[in-house]
Ligand binder design. Structure first.
Ligand SMILES: Nc1ncnc2c1ncn2[C@@H]1O[C@H](COP(=O)(O)OP(=O)(O)OP(=O)(O)O)[C@@H](O)[C@H]1O
Ligand SMILES: [Mg+2]
Length: 209
């Protein structure tokens, strides 16, 4: 399928502001007359959303290998049923979390072999790479505090030790330093509007290329 739209992903630790910024970006793009789709990982369609519930429920004891395959299964479905068809219709797709999250959480966070993760990511995503990725960088302690204040309960990942979340953050930062053209690091500690302005500027530049 030929890609005519643009694929934008938002990454960052829990509570870094991905959903908040995705909504603002969608609103801005719609106003500018673009066709847009807001989606998230794990999830995106009925099948992938069922997998999401399995992955995030604190009641589920999931082995690391099972967790990985569930992420890849959900991504394979999401890309083929939702993202690629939208891109082929010239839609701008804004997705919260994608391949980079697997590298950060399961690779750097859980210690699974990075080469293996990258190889499987490529297969699951059918070779689809985001045109632009925003890394909302935040101290995990601050991010988790915000999540707890907003939701009142924690999911399976939010229950992990702070050292896990610190490794995830470092993993994301490493990825951003390895791919600076695609991954734009933005501090998640500024105001919601300030972060939105920075994202808008970069997206506008990309759209005019
Ligand atoms: N820049 C900001 N400054 C202060 N509070 C913020 C900022 N951005 C988002 N918030 C608030 O922090 C909380 C978490 O934000 P949000 O849900 O957007 O993060 P997220 O990255 O999507 O989290 P999750 O990983 O849990 O999906 C929300 O209550 C939101 O209103
Ligand atoms: Mg969110």
């Amino acid at each position: 399928m030929k890609q005519l739209g643009m694929f934008i992903t938002l990454e960052g630790p829990d509570g870094s502001g991905k959903s908040t910024q995705a909504l603002l970006l969608i609103k801005f793009l719609k106003k500018a007359g673009h066709k847009v789709l807001h989606t998230r990982e794990p999830g995106g369609d009925r099948v992938a959303e069922s997998i999401r519930r399995l992955l995030l429920s604190p009641r589920n004891k999931i082995a690391p290998a099972t967790e990985l395959f569930l992420y890849w299964a959900s991504r394979a479905q999401h890309v083929r049923q939702v993202i690629a068809p939208a891109l082929a219709r010239s839609v701008i797709v804004v997705c919260e979390r994608f391949n980079d999250a697997t590298v950060a959480y399961q690779g750097y966070g859980r210690g699974v072999d990075l080469k293996l993760i990258k190889k499987m990511n490529l297969i699951a995503s059918g070779g689809l790479i985001p045109d632009l990725t925003f890394l909302l960088d935040i101290d995990p302690e601050k991010g988790l505090k915000k999540v707890l204040e907003a939701k009142g309960v924690k999911d399976r990942f939010e229950l992990e030790k702070i050292s896990f979340h610190k490794r995830v953050r470092q993993g994301y930062l490493k990825l951003a330093s390895q791919e600076p053209r695609r991954i734009k690091k933005i501090s998640g500690t500024g105001t919601i509007d300030h972060i939105h302005q920075q994202i808008k500027l970069i997206v506008n530049k990309k759209l005019s290329q």
